[in-house]
Design a protein around this ligand. Structure first.
Ligand code: FE2
Length: 247
């Protein structure tokens, strides 16, 4: 074995994440309406980076949280049109769509009954729990969403510390027809070791339906980009997650 063979073996390959997933289904790029991109310039920086990473489509999911982020479907769609216009002017090829990330509270139940929701890919609804307080009525919300014709998708299951170290709730929710979304940056350790371990448990158990960037700022994508040589990302791009189906 020559010197160059050793060099070749040491040089780690970068996983083609965007090329494998094609679609990101969780991000906060619409400017000025939640805790994501504050301005269009920030949005543009992130759009460029997503395209560099090989993604073909982004589904923006701004927070909808009563009293905190009172985003209506009209506000979200208006912002989407602004971003689409700018993206076209810049010559970017990304397909851009918008949905929302609904916070699980009483108003979410009301929204479901009024069908006042903005789904993606026809009927998919991304929703999130409190990070601090374990929610009750979890099965009920899944039942209500399904009954109203929606496909529930629970955001970043690995980040709910009150479920650690068990993934039993994720298993139960999947049995009831709820999809489980995991954040890509959970595998980089961005949210801490406990969250990374929980994400690995879900991965090993085959309990991940969708992967998302949950990108709020360019640093989220840079961190991801700098982690793509790690073995776990080579594994993730081979997982049978459903992102590609949403192209
Ligand atoms: Fe999010």
């Amino acid at each position: 074995m020559g010197v160059f063979d050793v060099f070749k073996r040491q040089k780690k390959e970068t996983a083609d994440l965007g090329g494998a997933l094609l679609v990101d289904i969780h991000s906060h790029l619409l400017p000025g309406i939640d805790d994501g991109a504050p301005t269009m310039d920030h949005t543009i920086g992130m759009l460029r980076k997503f395209e560099e990473l090989g993604y073909q489509k982004l589904i923006f999911t701004p927070h909808v949280m009563s009293g905190v982020y009172d985003n209506t479907t009209e506000i979200i769609l208006r912002k989407l049109e602004e971003v689409r216009g700018v993206s076209k002017e810049l010559g970017l090829k990304l397909q851009l769509e918008a949905s929302a990330e609904y916070y699980f509270d009483e108003t979410f139940f009301e929204r479901i009954s009024r069908k006042d929701l903005l789904p993606f890919h026809g009927n998919h609804i991304l929703f999130e729990f409190s990070f601090r307080n374990q929610p009750s009525r979890v099965e009920e919300v899944v039942f209500q969403l399904k009954s109203a014709g929606y496909q529930p998708v629970l955001a970043h299951f690995e980040r709910y510390l009150y479920y650690h170290p068990s993934i039993e709730v994720a298993r139960q929710l999947r049995e009831r027809g709820c999809m489980i979304q995991v954040n890509l940056n959970s595998f980089t350790g961005h949210y801490g070791l406990n969250v990374k371990n929980q994400a690995m448990r879900l991965l090993k158990a085959g309990c991940i339906d969708l992967l998302g960037s949950d990108c709020h700022r360019i640093q989220h994508l840079e961190l991801l980009e700098n982690s793509l040589q790690e073995a776990v990302f080579h594994q993730l791009i081979k997982e049978p997650v459903k992102n590609r189906q949403f192209l």
